[in-house]
Design a protein around this ligand. Structure first.
Ligand code: SF4
Length: 360
């Protein structure tokens, strides 16, 4: 069983009268029907039947299993009327009170947070509120027709923290008007706000969106793959260094391929996270190899074939090798004097690498 299982309940476009240029919520969630609280109950039951047949915790509250979370995604949950929010939340809370799930999670907009809403979420034992912030650059928010400013985010976070909810922040890369600098600024502001989790989404041009129209009118140019990976990498490092859990990097194919497909240019890649982590691995391993050459008095191109081992944690092993072994190929080409092999060292933290000689 997975250590952290999320039961996703998508509520497409419900509760959202906004029109962000990049959003076609019905496509993103690959659904067109409205989800009802009864549907939510069915979804939870179906997932629980595959996740675990017995309650999560014993009477003393000890867990003998993994964390299971019900998450209301899509749309803007707290934009629903309080009555509608309560009808969904009461279902999730019922499972939480029976100890069949551990946590309740929802995503919403920064300007749909106020004290009344938070009181209600508290009443239904919601744990985590994830804010779709997208950018801290007001011009980017304006050009993306988000309908809120960075100040709205600061105020929402202040309230969320006052009520003691766990905070998540979603950021997008490559929105109209955004740049490497504004992406880095957004990542730094995120760190200042201290969320426990974050998601990074490169902008995808979806059918039937204003962004698609802008793309057709040559008013918006999607980021190249290279630029999207570069910006995301810089943000990832800032968030990761601050100890923020990066739950997702890039959309899943099932998020965007609904009826009729949805990609028109843009920056979708099924292994986007690996592209980003692979670049980070390359960037961190290269100075170690240079130091190795220096300390062994071997030049980069000398025909010496000195044996070198490069180590990573288990989780980062495939990132170290790179997508389709691109890092392996890169290092082999750039360092012909080295005979490089890659290994796992379980003692290494994720994203940390070690290089040593295999001759000794
Ligand atoms: S607030 Fe969210 S659901 Fe509403 S239009 Fe914008 S991205 Fe779509």
């Amino acid at each position: 069983m997975k250590k952290h299982a999320i039961i996703p309940i998508f509520i497409p476009h419900r509760g959202c009268p906004n029109d962000c240029v990049f959003c076609n919520q019905r496509k993103i969630t690959a659904r067109t029907d409205d989800v009802t609280p009864d549907d939510a109950r069915q979804i939870i039951d179906t997932w629980l039947s595959t996740l675990r047949p017995v309650p999560v915790r014993n009477d003393s509250g000890e867990s003998n299993s993994s964390t299971v979370e019900v998450a209301f995604y899509g749309g803007s949950f707290t934009g629903l009327s309080i009555v509608e929010q309560s009808s969904f939340l009461s279902v999730a809370d019922e499972y939480k009170q029976k100890r069949l799930i551990d946590k309740i999670h929802l995503s919403t907009r920064p300007d749909y947070i106020d004290e009344d809403i938070l009181e209600n979420l508290l009443h239904y034992h919601v744990d985590t509120i994830e804010l779709g912030v997208q950018s801290f650059d007001d011009e980017v928010l304006r050009l993306s027709n988000r309908g809120h400013t960075a100040d709205d985010v600061f105020e929402a976070v202040r309230l969320i923290k006052k009520y003691g909810f766990e905070l998540g922040i979603q950021l997008m890369i490559g929105l109209p008007g955004d740049s490497l600098e504004s992406c880095i600024m957004s990542a730094r502001k995120t760190v200042e706000l201290g969320p426990s989790l974050a998601r990074l989404y490169p902008t995808i041009v979806l059918d039937e969106t204003e962004l698609y129209e802008m793309y057709v009118r040559d008013e918006y140019v999607p980021l190249s793959r290279e630029e999207a990976v570069l910006r995301t990498k810089e943000m990832y490092k800032i968030l990761d260094d601050a100890g923020i859990t990066i739950m997702r990097v890039g959309l899943k194919s099932t998020d965007i391929i609904g009826e009729g497909g949805a990609i028109n240019g843009g920056t979708y890649h099924p292994a986007f996270r690996q592209l980003v982590e692979g670049e980070i691995a390359k960037e961190r391993i290269e100075p170690l190899l240079r130091d190795f050459l220096l300390s062994n008095e071997v030049s980069k191109s000398e025909n010496k074939h000195q044996k070198v081992s490069v180590y990573s944690s288990k989780r980062w092993f495939s990132d170290m090798i790179g997508h389709h072994a691109c890092n392996r190929r890169y290092f082999t080409k750039e360092y012909p004097s080295l005979d490089i092999a890659f290994f796992v060292d379980e003692s290494l933290p994720d994203g940390v690498f070690r290089v040593s000689s295999r001759d000794s």
